[in-house]
Ligand binder design. Structure first.
Ligand SMILES: [Zn+2]
Length: 212
């Protein structure tokens, strides 16, 4: 899995404990108050923000990633990364997924501080894990199944599962036109989308979790 550069940069700052958490700002005498604004109970340290705040706990329980060890309040972010590294072989990809979710927590925390909405735990974990799959692949084959053309395009917006499939179909149609293929068959596994394209029904967002 590829971690985007902005997430790598975030992780580097978290490991060096130089993120502008309220605790770090107080230490540098920039602010006096260091209480977490989400729970109002404890200092907003890196460890509180990512692991021990009620909101962080909600994020971790909603994404159903199980940690192979128990994080201790005295640990730095770096300690957590170090332990995760040791588990990389047994639980491949876990470290990256956890870093992506931490980045989501940090992003949401900053948005909420600047007047944005505090997202639910589930919304934070979903949108941060979705970031890694923000791209569509299109493969064009001839009638014998031979690959004629391949395209991979990154998507810059975050889309839900159904919207991603619709976008992939749009990219596919445009790509076929670009390479000059007119007689073409599109395959898709979404009944909702296929019906919508054929004008059989309206897209009803409540159906998307049932029919994929
Ligand atoms: Zn808190």
């Amino acid at each position: 899995m590829n971690v985007p550069n902005k997430v790598k940069h975030f992780a580097w700052k978290a490991c060096r404990n130089i993120l502008a958490t309220k605790e770090n700002l107080r230490r540098r005498n920039i602010t006096k108050d260091s209480i977490c604004e989400v729970c109002g109970k404890q200092e907003e340290s890196t460890s509180h923000l990512f692991w021990f705040c009620d909101h962080a706990k909600e994020v971790w329980s909603s994404c159903k990633l199980s940690f192979p060890f128990e994080i201790q309040p005295s640990w730095d972010y770096m300690d957590v990364m170090w332990f995760l590294q040791k588990w990389e072989e047994a639980r491949p990809g876990l470290l990256e997924r956890i870093v992506m979710i931490c980045w989501g927590i940090w992003k949401n925390r900053n948005e909420a501080r600047h007047g944005g909405k505090q997202q639910s735990g589930q919304a934070v974990s979903r949108s941060s894990l979705r970031l890694k799959r923000a791209g569509v692949g299109v493969v064009i084959r001839d009638e014998e199944g031979q690959v004629i053309a391949v395209l991979y395009r990154k998507l810059h917006t975050q889309l839900g599962p159904l919207e991603s499939k619709a976008k992939a179909m749009e990219v596919g149609v445009k790509f076929a036109r670009e390479v000059g293929i007119r007689d073409v068959l599109f395959e898709g596994d979404s009944l909702v989308l296929n019906n919508a394209i054929h004008g059989l029904n309206e897209i009803d967002p409540s159906v998307q979790n049932v029919v994929r």
